[in-house]
Design a protein around this ligand. Structure first.
Ligand SMILES: Nc1ncnc2c1ncn2[C@@H]1O[C@H](COP(=O)(O)OP(=O)(O)OP(=O)(O)O)[C@@H](O)[C@H]1O
Ligand SMILES: [Mg+2]
Length: 214
């Protein structure tokens, strides 16, 4: 089944970032987007995940064009089906790590997976306020929070940016296992070449275009 279809996406802020980008994500599939800092990768991910409206082109989720969805329909897809792990971690600042996970679990009617917390090495720190955690620990809490709600599509921006090699590898494994277990899809933006090349398809955002390199 097709999870996401982007057709001829173009966008500019002060200058044109990219044009005519098309992309398709299917069940069980992972796609990596690499490219220089400032090339527009995060912006593209914001567009694909419905947070930003492109100047031109169309994005469909589960076969429905985002632009013609009712705001209620889009909100329900965002809540139930999309998992966003972004460069800034959208955690509730005054809460502990565990409370952040509980909110997500409650909204999605799922339960917290302690095994996942052990694997991400955040089980021991779960009672601490997120503001007291290191950057890498916050990053792993936000990964756990997103996976707790069991989304169909993961949009993941530089998830291993703050992490050492051993932890990065574990995070990579967790994402790939999640995709195959839940028949989900992932669009990953990263500077981590090894993680990128392990994805099913790899694109480079360069000269305002998306070039397929795998
Ligand atoms: N909301 C915005 N308003 C104006 N310009 C923006 C906005 N968001 C991004 N830009 C500009 O668009 C360009 C691309 O930014 P973007 O964050 O998409 O790059 P990136 O490829 O993700 O970079 P990095 O690898 O450093 O994360 C930058 O020059 C940035 O300043
Ligand atoms: Mg970015």
């Amino acid at each position: 089944m097709n999870l996401l279809q982007a057709t001829n996406i173009s966008h500019k802020f002060d200058y044109e970032l990219f044009h005519d980008i098309s992309l398709e994500l299917n069940e069980g599939e992972s796609i990596a987007i690499i490219g220089l800092s400032g090339s527009g990768k995060s912006t593209l991910l914001h567009i694909l995940s419905s947070l930003l409206k492109p100047d031109d082109g169309k994005v469909s989720l589960f076969g429905e064009d985002i632009a013609s969805m009712s705001s209620k329909r889009l909100a329900s897809i965002k809540r139930d089906e999309l998992g966003l792990v972004f460069q800034q971690h959208y955690l509730f600042r005054g809460f502990t790590a565990k409370e952040n996970l509980e909110v997500s679990a409650m909204l999605a009617k799922e339960s917290i997976d302690d095994d996942l917390l052990h694997r991400l090495n955040i089980y021991e720190t779960k009672e601490q306020k997120v503001t007291e955690l290191s950057g890498g620990q916050q990053q792993r809490v936000s990964i756990a929070r997103v996976l707790t709600k069991k989304p169909r599509i993961l949009f993941v921006d530089e998830p291993t940016g703050n992490l050492d090699n051993i932890t990065s590898n574990e995070v990579k494994k967790i994402f790939f296992q999640y995709i195959s277990k839940h028949n989900a899809g992932m669009i990953l933006v990263t500077h981590n070449e090894e993680f990128a090349m392990d994805c099913d398809k790899v694109y480079r955002l360069e000269d305002k275009e998306l070039k397929k390199i795998k």
